[in-house]
Design a protein around this ligand. Structure first.
Ligand code: ADP
Ligand code: 5GP
Length: 207
């Protein structure tokens, strides 16, 4: 019997700490693989092609979208972002679990796609990460020191809209204390992995 891996869809406003949390979680859960997204935005200092993102030209992105290579794709801020089928679908069929860092539009597209596939639906969990306050989010965006004032203002404006979608997710985690949020998430993912194990049919039965 084939056992599908788990798809963990993580969203939350830019600067809330998604990349930081994913790094911490993957360090303690090496069985979890990060789904590397495609983007047309330029790399930030320290970001590398094939590790943080696949950095594509707008033409290459459009070509891959036309070929149907994405599970979902969306325009976020001034750029396009997309999740490759090869990063997610192929891997979970090999029994691996993947974690996606995608925006609300992309998460809703995935929610719709899996709706007609009970097996995929049962293997996917949607988690929304919120900041303790808007002020804290602003401080984090500034502390990252990677975006211009204009970019920060745009990300904060978008954050208020994104936060209103938290109810579309299965779980809400407030990233206040990083260690606490990491623990909450690893416990959640472990419990989910346990739930999706396919047990031999003749081992457990209703009394
Ligand atoms: P995202 O991936 O959601 O855009 P990042 O992971 O890049 O966000 O985090 C944005 C900034 O906030 C980084 O400088 C990171 O070190 C910091 N950060 C992340 N989590 C916390 C936290 N719990 N408390 C304080 N700062 C945090
Ligand atoms: P950043 O430019 O800060 O890395 O990401 C900006 C936003 O794009 C974040 O909200 C992030 O979750 C989202 N994002 C990253 N990859 C993808 C993707 O493949 N698809 C979608 N829809 N959003 C993505």
């Amino acid at each position: 019997m084939e056992k599908l891996g788990t798809i963990i869809v993580l969203s939350g406003p830019s600067g809330v700490g998604k990349s930081t949390l994913i790094k911490q979680i993957c360090a303690v859960m090496p069985e979890l693989q990060f789904s590397i997204s495609c983007t047309t935005r330029p790399p930030r200092p320290g970001e590398r092609h094939g590790i943080h993102y696949y950095f594509l030209s707008p033409e290459e992105f459009a070509c891959r979208a036309d070929r149907g290579e994405f599970v979902e794709h969306a325009q976020v801020f001034a750029n396009r972002y997309g999740t490759l089928k090869s990063e997610v679908i192929e891997r979970i069929h090999q029994g691996n679990s993947v974690i996606l860092d995608i925006d609300v539009q992309g998460a809703l597209q995935i929610r719709q796609t899996i709706e007609e596939d009970p097996e995929l639906k049962n293997s996917t969990v949607f988690v929304f990460i919120a900041p303790p306050s808007i002020k804290a989010l602003e401080t984090r965006l500034r502390s990252r020191a990677s975006d211009s004032e204009e970019q920060i203002a745009l990300r904060l404006k978008n954050a208020r809209r994104e936060l209103s979608f938290w109810r579309s997710y299965d779980y809400l985690v407030i990233n206040d204390d990083l260690t606490k949020a990491t623990t909450q998430m690893t416990e959640l993912f472990h419990s989910f992995a346990l739930r999706t194990i396919l047990l031999p049919e003749d081992l457990f039965y209703e009394a």
